[in-house]
Design a protein around this ligand. Structure first.
Ligand code: GLN
Length: 199
């Protein structure tokens, strides 16, 4: 079997951590900075960071349309800022901030307030049972995270919610959005799950 080639958008944010996990799982990786870097990729991750900065740089490098085209055909996973980029709509977005509009979700930027800017919590993610023999709770790191305010199409599947019902992970076909940062702990199950979406 040939190794999948997975790109990680490397304009800003914690792309290096995603690359480290993907390599650990045996995928080939490529940093994506220009439209030409998308050629031949099997899938793409848009990392956490600052969605306004990532969006601005993506517009400057003329990546917005190529990213939309890519995401219409192949698996894309957005973590945190990346989830904002993937969304169709973002409340509290900066005026004019570009969104890819690939996934039918509405997110709310910086949804968890200043005093709890960052926190870690355990999540039940039943879907991860597909890639792991046992499926203990996933320890999720939230850093000035967005929440997924609503799933706006019938085929958006909620993968994980906080105890109060706030949606923090969702999937629509081959598109995946997580409010938190699975690349920041040593638990590779979310990356394995993403790789399982590849044909
Ligand atoms: N608050 C950031 C934004 O709005 C996201 C934070 C993150 O990616 N950790 O883009």
């Amino acid at each position: 079997m040939t190794k999948p080639v997975v790109g990680v958008l490397a304009l800003q944010g914690d792309f290096a951590e995603h690359i480290a996990v993907l390599r650990r799982l045996g995928a080939e990786t490529r940093e994506v900075r220009l439209p030409a870097d998308l050629a031949g990729l099997d899938a793409l991750i848009i990392p956490g960071g600052e969605s306004t900065t990532i969006g601005k740089l993506a517009a400057e490098y003329e990546l917005i349309e190529p990213l939309r085209k890519f995401g219409a055909a192949r698996p894309v996973w957005g973590t945190c800022a990346g989830a904002i980029l993937l969304s169709r709509d973002a409340t509290r977005a900066k005026h004019g901030q570009p969104l890819l509009g690939l996934m039918d979700i509405t997110v709310q930027r910086n949804a968890f307030g200043r005093q709890v800017d960052s926190f870690e919590t355990s999540l039940d993610v039943p879907a991860l049972a597909a890639v792991a023999d046992d499926n203990p709770p996933f320890s999720a790191v939230f850093i000035r995270a967005p929440m997924i305010e609503s799933a706006d199409a019938p085929d958006v599947e909620v993968l994980a919610s906080l105890e109060d019902g706030t949606i923090v992970a969702a999937r629509q076909g081959k598109l995946l959005a997580t409010s938190f940062h699975p690349e920041l702990n040593q638990d590779d199950r979310f990356h394995q799950y993403f790789l399982s979406l590849l044909p």
